[in-house]
Write a protein that binds this ligand. Structure first.
Ligand SMILES: NC(=O)c1ccc[n+]([C@@H]2O[C@H](COP(=O)([O-])OP(=O)(O)OC[C@H]3O[C@@H](n4cnc5c(N)ncnc54)[C@H](OP(=O)(O)O)[C@@H]3O)[C@@H](O)[C@H]2O)c1
Length: 235
C-alpha cells in the first residue's frame, strides 16, 4: 500500500470522521476539514467553509504544506434542509446546492491540478440514494446529490486518461446526526423499503470509501457504489 495524502471534507464528525479514521488506520496522511469545533483528536484539521472558494484554497495550501498535494479527495461535507417544495424558497434550494454540489466542485477543482500533474488521483463524492429515487421534502438535497453524478461522470471522462478515478458513494440511512434528524415515521418507511431492514453505520460507508481509495478501486470510475442495505435497489 502506498501511503497517500488524503483530504476528507466535513471529516470532524459523522461519516467523514469514520472515513478519515479508516484511511488513517490504513497508514495514509489524513487531513480533515472542520468549521467551528476543534479538529478531532489524532487527525490533522484545517478550517474550511465549502461555500467559500478562498477558504477552500487556504485549506488545501495548509494540507499541501503538511502532507503534500492531495492525492485522495473525499468530498463529504453536506447538509439537508428538508421542507415541502412550495415552502422551499430560492435560498433554501440554492444554499443546499451550493454546499453539497458547489462545495464538491470547489474542492475537486482545487485538487485536480496536482492530481493531473501527478498522473494519479482518487476522487470520491458523497452522494445519497436520494440521487436516484428522490424523496418528498428533499427537492434541494435530491437535486444536489443527483448533480454529483453528472459531475463525477463528466470528470471520469476528462480525468481518466491521467489515471484519476471519480466515483460516487451513495449511502442509505446512516446513523449520524443527519440520519437521526429524520422523523420516526420516515425512519419506519425507510426500514420497510430497505431489504436489510435497518440503518447503516458510518463504518459501513468508510469501508466503501476505502475500497475506492485504494489500489482495489483502480479500474472503477464514473460508478455509484450504494451503501444502503439495498434501499433504492436497482437505482
Ligand atoms: N447520514 C445519512 O443518513 C446520510 C445518507 C446519505 C448521504 N449522506 C451524506 O453523507 C455526508 C456526511 O453526512 P453525515 O451524516 O456525516 O452528516 P453530519 O453528521 O451532519 O456531518 C456533516 C458534515 O458536513 C460538514 N459541513 C456541513 N456544511 C458545511 C459547510 N458549509 N462547509 C464545510 N463543512 C460543512 C459538517 O461540518 P460542521 O460540523 O462544521 O457542521 C460536518 O462535518 C453528507 O454529504 C450527506 O449528505 C448522509
Amino acid at each position: 500500500m502506498t501511503p497517500r495524502s488524503v483530504l476528507v471534507t466535513g471529516g470532524n464528525r459523522g461519516i467523514g470522521l469514520a472515513v478519515a479514521r479508516a484511511l488513517r488506520d490504513d497508514g495514509h496522511r489524513v487531513a480533515v476539514t472542520h468549521r467551528d469545533d476543534a479538529p478531532p483528536d489524532g487527525l490533522f484539521g484545517v478550517r474550511a467553509e465549502m461555500r467559500d472558494p478562498d477558504s477552500v484554497d487556504a485549506a488545501f495550501t495548509e494540507v499541501e504544506a503538511a502532507h503534500g498535494p492531495v492525492e485522495v479527495l473525499v468530498a463529504n461535507a453536506g447538509i439537508t434542509r428538508d421542507m415541502p417544495f412550495l415552502r422551499m424558497t430560492e435560498p433554501d434550494f440554492l444554499d443546499v446546492v451550493d454546499i453539497n454540489l458547489g462545495g464538491a466542485y470547489r474542492v475537486v477543482r482545487r485538487a485536480a491540478r496536482s492530481m493531473i500533474r501527478a498522473r494519479w488521483g482518487r476522487v470520491i463524492l458523497m452522494s445519497s440514494m436520494v440521487y436516484a429515487y428522490g424523496a418528498a421534502g428533499q427537492a434541494n438535497y435530491g437535486a444536489s446529490k443527483a448533480g454529483l453524478l453528472g459531475l463525477a461522470r463528466s470528470l471520469a471522462w476528462e480525468l481518466g486518461p491521467r489515471d484519476i478515478t471519480v466515483n460516487l458513494v451513495a449511502p442509505g440511512l446512516i446513523d449520524t446526526e443527519m440520519g437521526r434528524a429524520v422523523t420516526d415515521r420516515r425512519r419506519t418507511e425507510l426500514a420497510r423499503v430497505t431489504p436489510l431492514g435497518h440503518p447503516g453505520t458510518t463504518e459501513d460507508v468508510a469501508e466503501a470509501v476505502r475500497y475506492l481509495a485504494g489500489e482495489s478501486g483502480r479500474y472503477v470510475t464514473g460508478a455509484v457504489l450504494p451503501v444502503s442495505g439495498g434501499l433504492g435497489l436497482g437505482g
